[in-house]
Design a protein around this ligand. Structure first.
Ligand SMILES: Cc1cc2nc3c(=O)[nH]c(=O)nc-3n(C[C@H](O)[C@H](O)[C@H](O)COP(=O)(O)OP(=O)(O)OC[C@H]3O[C@@H](n4cnc5c(N)ncnc54)[C@H](O)[C@@H]3O)c2cc1C
Length: 250
């Protein structure tokens, strides 16, 4: 599939170049190129069983299928904490596997306190997943305590992986302003960041507009977006609505 890999601003036109060599001239663009979820690369068999018992993100639809089961969540940031609390309403036990020796570094205090309250959520610090196994679906996971080197293989526990996501914005470097995690800045977010304000070419950017007039961003790739299908679709529709006032200006 051909991808856009360069945008050049030329007067009131945006010239997009695609990986198949095509070049197209636009008055405006809506960028919705999403994120890539980080994977546990060095875990044996992870590729084979992803989607067949191992999931990246997404607690809402899966939680109902976890009634009465033991669920493992990999990660120590807010999304992992939120997922643990959500799953604990359905699962028999939820075990949070955290690679570092503390939860407080990357998790908000309110989540940290909830996880530490007596409940069916168990916390295992200094712990990594080293192997997953099963024929057509996940049957066992192997976890290791990196301090004690103790290794444990537990049966058919469902692991959900929350180790973050990277926005697909490398190709936009130097074109639109991004935050320190490379998510695209739009609307009023443009004014609350460390970038020189003279890079904002229109002093009154529209809601989803970037610092470059005519380039809009929607969905997961946008800073502080909700990271759900409904919100991405909603932002896409809003972006289309914003095209009309923008086109009246050019
Ligand atoms: C495993 C998993 C399960 C999920 N489950 C749910 C769920 O149950 N409910 C829910 O609400 N949300 C769920 N989500 C989140 C949801 O998928 C996203 O929030 C939503 O898809 C975001 O839409 P988007 O259009 O911003 O990005 P995406 O859906 O990621 O689409 C981005 C598209 O842009 C393309 N692209 C990237 N770079 C370029 C480029 N340079 N040029 C051209 N095209 C490019 C990509 O190939 C991709 O097709 C889940 C996410 C994951 C990973």
């Amino acid at each position: 599939m051909s991808k856009c890999h360069r945008i050049k601003v030329n007067g009131q036109y945006l010239i997009a170049t695609f990986t198949d060599g095509n070049e197209i001239k636009y008055h405006m663009m809506l960028i919705a190129c999403g994120v890539t979820y980080r994977k546990l690369d060095d875990v044996r068999n992870i590729e084979k069983l992803t989607g067949a018992g191992i999931y990246h993100g997404s607690p809402i639809v899966e939680a109902l299928h976890c009634r009465g089961q033991g669920v493992y969540i990999v990660g120590g940031t807010n999304p992992a904490g939120q997922a643990a609390i959500y799953f604990s309403k359905y699962a028999r036990t939820v075990t949070l596997l955290v690679v570092s020796d503390t939860l407080t570094e990357k998790m908000s205090p309110y989540l940290f306190h909830q996880i530490n309250e007596p409940s069916n959520i168990k916390l295992r610090l200094n712990t990594v997943v080293t192997q997953v196994s099963g024929e057509s679906k996940l049957e066992y996971i192997t976890i290791v305590n990196t301090k004690t080197k103790e290794q444990q293989t537990v049966p058919a526990a469902i692991p959900f992986i929350y180790i973050g996501a990277e926005p697909n914005t490398d190709w936009l470097n130097g074109i639109v302003l991004r935050d320190s995690h490379c998510f695209i800045l739009t609307g009023s977010d443009l004014y609350n960041n460390e970038h020189p304000q003279d890079l904002i070419m229109d002093p009154h950017p529209l809601l989803l507009e970037t610092n470059v007039p005519g380039i809009f961003a929607a969905g997961d790739v946008r800073r502080d977006s909700i990271k759900r299908i409904a919100s991405a679709v909603g932002e896409g529709a809003t972006g289309v609505q914003l095209i009309h006032p923008y086109l009246k200006k050019v």
